[in-house]
Design a protein around this ligand. Sequence first.
Ligand code: AP5
Ligand code: MG
Ligand code: ZN
Length: 213
Amino acid sequence: MNLILLGPPGAGKGTQAKRLTADLGIPQISTGDMLREAVREGSPMGLKAKSYMDAGALVPDEVVVGIVEERIQQPDCARGFMLDGFPRTTAQADALATMLDKKGLKLDHVVCIEADKEELVKRLSGRRTCRQCMAPYHVLFNPPKKEGVCDKCGGELYQRDDDKEEAIRARLVTYESQTAPLIAYYEERGLLRRVNGLGTVEEVYERIKQAIS
Ligand code: AP5
Ligand code: MG
Ligand code: ZN
C-alpha cells in the first residue's frame, strides 16, 4: 500500500505514522525527520535546510524531491510506503506522480488529518521529540513514562527548534498558503480521505484504519 499522510503541523502525522508503520509493515518516510537528521550530521544539505526549517518556511522542492526519489528506491519500500510530510507543494505532488509513474506504482490513499489551529498550537508548543528515533511526545497529552527519556529507545527528548512560538505561527501560515491546496488536488483525483484529528491518539488511529480499509 502506498499512502500519504497530509495535514497541518501538529495534526499528528508522525504520531500516527509510527503506529501505522508497525501495523501495516511499510516504512514511514518523513522528510522532516530526514532533514533533521541531515542537520544533525552537519551535511551541506542539512546546513542549507536548517535556515528554512527554523524560519517555518519550506525547503526548496528540488531538495526534498531528490531525498524522496532516492528513499523510495530502497528495498524496504518494495511492499509500499507511507509518506509523512511530503508532498507539501503542488510541484512536489506532480514530481511524485512522475516518480511513481516511472516505477509503475500508484497511490492508494491520501489521509488528511484535520485539527483546528488552537489545538495545533497547544500540541506543538508542548511537544518533545526523541533525538534518536524521532518519536513525538507531549508534556501533557502524551508524556513519556520517565521525564525526558523516550519510552521506545531510551533516547533523550528535546524541543525542536521550530516548536518555538514564532516558528509555529510561521509554519501554520506556510501550510495554509502552500500545502492546503493539495487537499483539492487529491480530492480531484479521488484519493483524499479526511480524518478528524481531534480526540485521543487511539481514536484518531481507529478512524485512519477505517478510512484506508
Ligand atoms: P515536519 O517535521 O514534517 O513538520 P510538520 O509538518 O510541521 O509537522 P509536525 O511534525 O510538526 O507535526 P505532526 O503532524 O507530525 O504531529 P506529531 O505527530 O508530531 O517538517 C518540518 C520542517 O521541515 C518544515 O517546516 C520544512 O521546513 C521542512 N520540510 C519537511 N518536509 C518538507 C517538504 N516536503 N517540503 C519542504 N520542506 C519540508 O504531533 C504533534 C504533537 O501533538 C506531539 O506532541 C504529539 O504527542 C501530540 N499529539 C499527537 N496526536 C495527539 C492527539 N490525538 N491528542 C493530543 N495530542 C496529540
Ligand atoms: Mg511530524
Ligand atoms: Zn526514541
